[in-house]
Design a protein around this ligand. Structure first.
Ligand code: DLZ
Length: 292
């Protein structure tokens, strides 16, 4: 039932709030979905793992907000560089402590980034500590850019697929300005448009949508094979994830079932896959970097 833990830190000044956002992004936090109201706003920064620790007896002399990292010295350098730039002139002795050994087989440094924000950054001596069981993408589309290529042929169905894909993106936090929709004549044209978009490197993922009906297409298999191959090739050669939402159906009824009736909406599923893959790439690169 438990899904996650949120620690809320109130920041008194707007300047400090905005500055801290730049530091947390530089440290590699993933930006989550924020909020804004007339009397305040919030910015979320996501970490792959979290835990709530209850302590009794000897309480460790550590801040109550601890961030586990994989490269403590590099983290210390980033924090020091940021403080020198953002807190210059405020206090000659920066409230950044050196890295020290803890009594729990780790090394840690503490820092006061704001009067309300006392943090401890630490790294375990055991390289496997805190390692997630699997690396996987998350389902936040906030701050990511998507292109959707949708075929006009069989528009009664592809429009529903498009609505499904947009539903997935917007409900997962994508901004409307970050979603580009491109319409092409038919499924045959989907791969080349997807490739052109992917090559711009402006998008974190591409969603391809179309419907091929066996009865309507003389060389159904040949067309389908080329469309699937072209989309797959574009994904592999550009390195930009492409979600595959091109339906191949025997009948119109079958296609309708997959576009929001009996068998879900394949456009929605393609949208969710695109969101997940858009965040997986950076995580895989970060994991590879941490290992090297
Ligand atoms: C020509 C054609 C046919 C017969 N059937 C379909 C179909 O079921 N689904 C689809 O998306 N497109 C179809 N097309 C159009 C081709 O994909 C393509 O747009 C045209 O051949 C022009 O290149």
């Amino acid at each position: 039932m438990i899904k996650g833990i949120t620690s809320v830190a109130g920041i008194a000044s707007v300047e400090a709030y905005e500055g801290l956002g730049s530091l947390f992004r530089a440290l590699g936090f993933e930006q989550g979905r924020g909020w804004e109201q007339s009397d305040g706003r919030g910015a979320a920064f996501l970490a792959p793992l979290g835990n709530l620790e209850l302590v009794t007896g000897r309480v460790p002399a550590a801040p109550t907000l601890l961030i586990e990292v994989t490269q403590l010295a590099a983290t210390h350098d980033i924090v020091r560089g940021w403080m020198e730039e953002h807190m210059r002139g405020q206090d000659a002795s920066l409230p950044l402590q050196p890295i020290e050994a803890t009594h729990w087989n780790s090394r840690m440094f503490t820092v006061d980034l704001a009067p309300e924000l006392h943090l401890g950054f630490w790294e375990s001596e055991n390289p496997l500590h805190g390692k997630p069981i699997a690396i996987e993408g998350d389902l936040s589309a906030a701050g990511k850019r998507f292109a959707i290529v949708v075929a006009r042929w069989n528009a009664v169905i592809t429009d529903r697929l498009l609505q499904g894909a947009l539903d997935a993106l917007y409900r997962s936090g994508a901004a409307k300005a970050d979603v580009e929709i491109v319409r092409v004549p038919g499924a045959w044209e989907v791969p080349s448009a997807a490739r052109t978009l992917a090559e711009t490197k402006r998008f974190n993922a591409i969603i391809t949508l179309g419907v091929l009906l066996r009865g309507e297409t003389a060389h159904y298999e040949a067309i389908y094979t080329e469309v699937a191959r072209g989309i797959g090739q574009s994904q592999q050669e550009t390195g930009v994830p492409h979600a595959f939402g091109v339906l191949t159906c025997e009948t119109l009824e079958q296609a309708l079932d997959r576009a929001g009736l009996k068998a879900g909406n394949k456009g929605f599923e393609a949208g969710i896959a695109a969101i997940e893959m858009a965040s997986l790439g950076p995580k895989l690169n970060a994991a590879a970097g941490a290992r090297s």
